[in-house]
Design a protein around this ligand. Structure first.
Ligand code: ADP
Ligand code: MG
Length: 260
């Protein structure tokens, strides 16, 4: 495979994944430039979450390659990929309901912690210092998503929109270069979606690259430089929003669904 252009952050080639007899993703190829907002849309079951799971190391692909910052990271374990700078949120959130907002975000920061499970090799003082640093970083992440005031509330008290922000804060705790959001706008009220769009722009201003998976088009149309469309595991279109919106194949894939 040829060397990707310098400003390419993530490059995927021929990525495929089957679950038993189900072809969840097949031969998906595209790249994400540094500093951009790139989105992926497609009907339910199109393979969007599978794509995020394979790139972030939750699943190992059957075929294809994933290159991040020019390095082949295909099939590496999730925590290794996270440490290299790919953060993600989960469509089904995967938060700890009984823990506080702050504790949930600290879980993300711990994946970068030098001690963690290996704390036995550290002095108690350095472990305590590390704990303090992690808490401060988690508070910074919470402040970024506007939830510092809810740090000590248990997750189960928060409405869905705020829980989704906690998921983003947790991913930010890992100091990612690429942040992959799986359906961040799903189930949110209109004013929450506006807040989310502002947050995404703020993150890009701070140097992050965003990859957003969404089921519906309107939210991503206004945000994205380019949109990838998946249908039945395959990429059926890619281009700027206005081009994708007018694409015949895309319209056909969404037939019976609300597009715009
Ligand atoms: P999307 O996120 O676009 O709605 P998914 O990637 O979740 O789609 O799913 C694509 C297909 O793969 C679906 O048919 C789904 O049922 C299947 N699938 C996804 N994850 C798994 C899994 N862990 N085990 C079995 N089948 C799966
Ligand atoms: Mg999904």
């Amino acid at each position: 495979m040829g060397k990707p252009a310098d400003d390419v952050l993530l490059d995927v080639r021929g990525l495929s994944k089957h679950f038993g007899g189900i072809r969840a993703m097949s031969g998906v190829t595209f790249s994400i430039p540094q500093g951009s907002i790139i989105s992926m849309i497609g009907p339910n079951g199109a393979g969007k979450s599978t794509f995020v799971n394979v790139v972030s190391g939750t699943h190992v692909p059957d075929a294809g390659e994933v290159h991040f910052q020019g390095e082949d990271i295909t099939g590496l374990p999730g925590h290794v990929i996270a440490a290299k700078g790919i953060g993600r949120t989960f469509q089904l959130l995967e938060l700890f309901g009984s823990l506080s907002v702050l504790e949930n975000v600290m879980v993300g920061c711990h994946t970068r912690s030098r001690s963690g499970m290996l704390a036995c090799g550290f002095s108690l003082l350095s472990a305590l210092k590390e704990e303090k640093r992690i808490k401060e970083e988690a508070m910074e992440s919470l402040a970024m998503v506007g939830l510092e005031g809810r740090a000590h509330d248990p997750i189960y008290r928060l409405p869905l929109g705020e829980r989704k922000l906690v998921g983003i804060a947790r991913a930010l705790g890992m100091k990612p270069k690429l942040l992959m959001l799986d359906e961040p706008a799903g189930g949110l009220a209109a004013h929450e979606v506006e807040g989310l769009a502002r947050l995404i722009h703020l993150l890009v201003e701070r140097g992050l690259t965003l990859f957003i998976v969404e089921h519906n088009m309107p939210f991503v149309m206004s945000l994205s430089r380019r949109i990838i469309v998946l249908d039945e595991g395959m990429k059926i279109a890619e281009g700027p929003p206005e081009e994708v919106r007018a694409n015949e194949e895309v319209i056909k894939a969404y037939l019976g669904e609300e597009v715009c």
